[in-house]
Design a protein around this ligand. Structure first.
Ligand SMILES: Cc1cc2nc3c(=O)[nH]c(=O)nc-3n(C[C@H](O)[C@H](O)[C@H](O)COP(=O)(O)OP(=O)(O)OC[C@H]3O[C@@H](n4cnc5c(N)ncnc54)[C@H](O)[C@@H]3O)c2cc1C
Length: 406
């Protein structure tokens, strides 16, 4: 083991949240010594590099949530960031379409939330829908969100990292947090795969492992992550077959938006992501990153959710298992688009994994971001969608309220 590394601020995880927090610290204290450690050999290898790449407009979330508070501003800030740094952004908007009469009230609720949250949203009729995308299919009305766009999440993370490095932030790859070494009133010392690191303030932005790290510091007592895998299927026949992002009306009892069409910045059309309960945190494929202790703990929690059908978990699990069938997944698309060649859906693309937090006492799904901590450590839990969109103003909020003021 090498000698102890010392720093003022130590961030665990080089995803968009860790990078955003480092950026915010440096903006406020230009001479601060900030180190980010990352267990992988590069940044954005998990959620931040495997998302749908959508800059959400902010109409899904209730006004009292942090998600509502930061998505409108986050969308604006990241749009400006992409423009300023010549990063790709596709301002093609989004349609939320209904499939039947009962879903119309869902559209109205989204429009109401959007208006309260300060988004530009508009309920439009079928004629207006076909002017935006002749292939979109809806029942009577749809919600149009012109401010939704798609971006390249990895390009944004790389650009932020380059900016941080030029400002003196050190990013150490292949360096995994292993366990807490010691903690005093004024510092936290951690054991990593490259040795001990001591910091005045530890900031845990470890995504899928954030709950485990928080527990080492006495936080996340009532929470545990249940990972949900998101599979995407690519439509490669003709890039012009879809012109905008097309989403169904979501079930507002959980955080998933339903299988939708997104058009990435290079024009690729994807459907997904699914929301399949996974059995361990790195369960991207049937055997990747297998960890027996995680399987036991997550399976036990999922069994409870299944038996009680908490937040409709059992129904969700049955429905989601069907989506492993390409044929079934394709059949869902015919509900929201008029004409696509089923043979155009050729391959599954890289899956993502949602770090979804569940309350282990009440068995409720946690809908909003959770921040816990004290003077020596801060823990960002449940940074789920639209975490990428919210990242920059959310990072400022965390730094102002939890990093510098505690
Ligand atoms: C399928 C899917 C689709 C999504 N779509 C969208 C979207 O369209 N728009 C949107 O706004 N949001 C979307 N999101 C949400 C968004 O991607 C996340 O909110 C955001 O990426 C979270 O960032 P993060 O930095 O917290 O996590 P991550 O990107 O997962 O970063 C955490 C980092 O911590 C590292 N780490 C973990 N453990 C350790 C350890 N022990 N030691 C050192 N490092 C460690 C990991 O390797 C990882 O790099 C989506 C998410 C998923 C999964």
């Amino acid at each position: 083991m090498s000698t102890t590394i010392q720093t003022e601020y130590l961030i665990i995880g080089a995803g968009i949240i860790g990078l955003g927090i480092a950026r915010s610290i440096i903006a406020k204290i230009p001479n601060a010594k900030v180190i980010i450690i990352e267990k992988e050999d590069n940044l954005a290898k998990h959620s931040s590099g495997r998302s749908s790449g959508v800059l959400h407009a902010g109409f899904y979330y209730t006004a009292d949530s942090l998600k509502a508070k930061f998505s409108v501003d986050g969308n604006k800030t990241l749009t400006e960031y992409c423009e300023k740094n010549n990063l790709p952004i596709s301002k093609i908007g989004k349609l939320v379409v209904a499939t039947n009469e009962t879903e119309l009230s869902g559209l109205e609720e989204l429009e109401r939330r959007g208006r309260i949250n300060g988004c530009t949203v508009q309920l439009i009729d079928e004629k207006e829908v076909s002017e935006i995308d002749p292939n979109a299919k809806t029942f009577q009305k749809a919600l149009w969100s012109p401010k939704t766009s798609t971006i390249d999440p990895i390009a944004i993370c790389k650009s932020l990292a380059n900016e941080l490095i030029t400002k003196g932030v050190q990013i150490i790859y292949n360096c995994a947090y292993i366990e807490k070494a010691s903690e005093s009133k004024n510092s936290a010392s951690i054991k990593t795969s490259i040795g001990i690191i001591e910091a005045n303030k530890l900031i845990n932005t470890a995504g899928l492992y954030s709950d485990k790290i928080a527990k080492d510091y006495g936080w996340s007592q009532d929470y545990s992550i249940v990972p949900f895998k998101g599979l995407y299927l690519k439509y490669t026949k003709n890039k012009t077959d879809i012109k905008t992002n097309i989403y169904p009306v979501p079930n507002l009892n959980h955080t998933f938006l339903g299988v939708h069409f997104t058009k990435t910045v290079d024009g690729t059309i994807k459907i997904g992501p699914t929301a399949t309960p996974a059995f361990w945190r790195g369960n991207y494929t049937w055997n990747s990153n297998f960890k027996l202790n995680e399987l036991t703990q997550i399976l036990s929690l999922e069994s409870k959710l299944f038996l009680k059908n908490s937040f409709g978990f059992r129904d969700l699990a049955f429905e989601e298992m069907k989506k492993y069938s390409k044929k079934y997944l394709i059949s869902l698309t015919s509900k929201i688009v008029k004409n696509l060649d089923p043979n155009g859906f050729t391959e599954f693309s890289r899956p993502g994994m949602r770090a979804q937090l569940v309350n282990t006492r009440t068995l409720e799904m946690i809908m909003d971001f959770i921040i816990e901590g004290d003077k020596t450590s801060v823990h960002i839990l449940n940074a789920i969608s639209p975490g990428f969109t919210c990242s920059l103003p959310f990072a400022d909020y965390v730094v102002e309220n939890y990093v510098l003021n505690k």
